[in-house]
Design a protein around this ligand. Structure first.
Ligand code: FAD
Length: 388
């Protein structure tokens, strides 16, 4: 038998059951045949075709870990593996699926009324509607408690004013979950995109996550009926619980970008001759591959451990922080190291490592920056909150 792929060497497939392996293989095939052949063009032209939403819906990955309402109801590990395979294509695809399933759909699933669930979840699961999640504001990212977006009661209506920033899928969305301060504390609202006073302005000139739509949302006297409020969401813990769901997907997802970078670098080094021998035959190159394979495999073991704990019903937010911090940090290091193996060829879109590394800059920052995850781990270890 020939050389082994990095995760074959680790043997992580042995830790999966048949369903989990099948789901990963199905998503991987879709990524190979439908997404990878186009990703360079989408990244270069900074587009994510809207019709992909329905294709993701048919693939069954939108809200796949939720039950009922047209959702697949898989376990958490399967959801993680799907994120990994999608992010092996591009972090933009995984971001779309994370926001749709874990932020938009999960906020409705966990905190919505039965009517809200019936109205939105089946369409969102099928990709016939697109959702987004607006928590971050221009002046409040790591500290969402400071949010200025305000919802005030006016008779039986709510009137919302404020600006949200860096919102994934904002310009594509049919419905936005918007978090706002009220006299009663933080509350969530479902804002249909065609509501008067609601505008999405897409952010341009991005150097990262180009195959993803990122937008500013402006709410200018947006008037909503009482039924638009998410009735079960009380306080900031509601949006934070949604972020915890999405972060779990990132713990796996980031490793997909790293795996794809590493496989591309190994393949390249096997055919590139330097000083009359294949680049892969030099000890420095092999040291890089050995170290990167270790970090990739260790990251997946950590992800699977957290996934099994989640499926058994008990994973703490601080434990998800361990996975998000480690796996994004190591994945970006791997993608950058792989770029060095490619030399000059590594700086164009012909090979994936630099595209992945650039995408991972966003992944390092969103869903809690690395620094905030370090501080949350620090608090868990010492009992002291060093971020205030
Ligand atoms: P800041 O909070 O201003 O942080 C700047 C720097 O200061 C960081 O390094 C940070 O770690 C550090 N810092 C902050 N506080 C402390 C502290 N107490 N101690 C030490 N260091 C600190 N948000 C949404 O609501 N929905 C989305 O769909 C969404 N999608 C996104 C997509 C992309 C591509 C990006 C880039 C962002 C997205 N975000 C989204 C926003 C993202 O969550 C925020 O960018 C992130 O939380 C950081 O906030 P900030 O950018 O305001 O940085």
């Amino acid at each position: 038998s020939g050389p082994l792929r990095p995760l074959e060497l680790f043997g992580t497939d042995h830790l999966l059951d048949e369903d989990e392996r099948d789901i990963a293989a199905t998503v991987r095939k879709f990524v190979e045949t439908r997404l990878k052949p186009n990703v360079d063009d989408w990244f270069e032209s900074a587009t994510l075709p809207k019709e992909l939403a329905k294709e993701f819906g048919q693939l069954g990955v939108l809200g796949m870990h939720l039950d009922g309402y047209g959702c697949a109801g898989t376990n958490a590990v399967s959801y993680g593996l799907a994120c990994l395979e999608l992010e092996a294509g591009d972090s933009g695809f995984r971001s779309f699926v994370s926001v749709q399933g874990s932020l938009s759909m999960f906020s409705i699933y966990r905190y919505g009324s039965e009517e809200q669930k019936q109205e939105w979840l089946p369409r969102l699961a099928a990709g016939e509607a697109i959702g987004c999640f607006g928590l971050t504001e221009p002046d409040f990212g790591s500290n969402p408690a400071g949010m200025r977006t305000r919802a005030r009661r006016d008779g039986s209506d709510w009137v919302l004013n404020g600006t949200k920033m860096w919102i994934t899928n904002g310009g594509l969305a049919d419905v936005a979950t918007i978090w706002a301060q009220t006299d009663e504390g933080v509350r969530g609202f479902l804002v249909p995109a065609d509501t008067k006073g609601f505008t999405a302005n897409n952010i341009h000139k991005k150097l990262s996550l180009r195959a993803s739509v990122t937008s500013e949302l402006v709410l200018d006297n947006v008037r909503l009926p009482e039924s638009a409020q998410l009735p079960e969401a009380r306080g900031l813990s509601a949006p934070l619980s949604c972020l915890n769901e999405a972060r779990f997907g990132i713990v796996f997802g980031a490793l997909g970008a790293a795996r794809d970078s590493l496989e591309a670098a190994i393949d390249y080094a096997g055919s590139r001759e330097v000083f009359d021998k294949p680049l892969s035959s030099y000890q420095l190159t092999q040291e890089k591959f050995a170290n990167m394979t270790l970090e990739l495999g260790k990251g997946l073991l950590l992800a699977l451990h957290l996934g099994r704990m989640k499926d058994e019903g008990g994973v703490l937010p601080e434990q998800i922080s361990l996975g998000k911090l480690n796996n994004v940090r190591e994945s970006i290091a791997i993608s950058r190291e792989c770029r060095t193996v490619l030399g000059g060829s590594g700086i164009t879109l012909e090979y994936p490592p630099l595209r992945h590394a650039n995408n991972l800059e966003s992944v390092l920052t969103y869903e809690g920056t690395s620094e905030m995850h370090m501080l949350s781990i620090g608090k868990a270890l010492t009992g002291q909150a060093a971020f205030r």
